[in-house]
Design a protein around this ligand. Structure first.
Ligand code: CP
Ligand code: NVA
Length: 301
């Protein structure tokens, strides 16, 4: 059966902890055992810096290569189906990574693909980010997940959803603080809150940040939400990760942001560039965590 990486919930804790360990080994310089020459097609219908460059570099480190396919260059832009695109690309390449709007499109692509498909972000989920984030949390705070408290401040969107899924699987405590109307959806929260009683949703950011080991945030206006920008800036105004919020958390709290950031909105310069910031370690870890995922999916260990 073809293994995909579409949603963290498709993997169990043991498998994901194994991948985290492998990612940390790869970061320490362990050589991947590889069959050279594997090719990853990367479809982007939204912009990307980290996902694009880290997947490209991961494939180069695995002695393979990656092909950037902007949506305008593909017949997808003229209505070719995801299924036919998947069948065709499967004849040329060894794996497909896709970043797009609709999660359904990624499921359709995977259903017809004869090679592994990786979800590089949809409007619903960002599993590569969530997995890389657990690598960062593990590296900086250790494997005792049950005793770690994570606060997510902001939009209950794709990045938040993947952190909720990670909390359900790995077992860390998670409080999400969002403005009213922007909380994560029940279909994501409910099943994970049944697995992990320490997943909570609130509108009170100070309560979420209290004694936190990790404070995490994301932009107020995600790709595709631009029409709501004015409304969102008004609603999210208080939901900022700043020095005052950090005083609620543990002294050694780490601050995380998936990036790109809108400095001065969801996070201040002072915090982003401050001593507690793990933001660029987190960005770096996208490379090693994805290298581990690619190694697993391409079975080239
Ligand atoms: N965090 C993240 O996925 O960044 P990019 O949008 O730059 O890929
Ligand atoms: N929530 C953001 C994440 C970017 C990596 C977005 O979807 O635009």
């Amino acid at each position: 059966m073809i293994k995909h990486f579409l949603d963290l919930r498709d993997y169990n804790k043991e498998e994901l902890v194994g991948l985290v360990k492998r990612a940390i080994e790869l970061k320490k310089g362990k050589k991947p055992k590889i069959k050279p020459g594997k090719i990853l097609a990367m479809i982007f219908t939204k912009p990307s810096t980290r996902t694009n460059v880290s997947f490209y570099m991961a494939m180069r480190k695995l002695k393979g290569d990656a092909l950037y396919l902007g949506s305008e260059a593909l017949q997808l832009s003229r209505g070719e189906t995801m299924g036919d695109t998947a069948r065709t690309l499967s004849r040329y390449v060894d794996a497909i990574m896709i970043r797009t709007f609709s999660h359904r499109d990624v499921l359709d692509l995977a259903a017809s693909a004869e090679v592994p498909v990786i979800n590089g972000l949809t409007d619903l989920l960002h599993p590569c980010q969530g997995f890389g984030d657990v690598m960062t949390i593990t590296e900086q705070k250790g494997y005792d997940y049950e005793n770690l408290k994570v606060a997510f401040i902001g939009d209950g969107n794709n990045v938040c959803n993947s952190i909720i899924n990670a909390a359900g699987i790995f077992g860390f405590k998670l409080t999400v603080a969002s403005p009213e109307g922007f909380e994560p959806q029940a279909s994501i929260v409910k099943p994970m809150a049944e697995k992990n009683k320490d997943i909570n949703i609130t509108n009170d950011l100070a309560q979420a940040a209290l004694d936190a080991d990790v404070i995490y945030t994301d932009v107020w206006v995600s790709m595709g939400d631009e029409e709501e920008e004015d409304k969102r800036i008004e609603k999210f105004g208080r939901f900022q990760v700043n020095s005052k919020l950090l005083t609620k958390a543990k002294n050694n709290v780490i601050v995380m942001h998936c990036l790109p950031a809108n400095r001065g909105e969801e996070i201040t310069d002072e915090v982003m560039d401050g001593l507690n910031s793990a933001v660029f370690d987190q960005a770096e870890n996208r490379l090693y965590s994805q290298e581990a995922v690619l190694e697993e999916l391409l079975n080239i260990k």
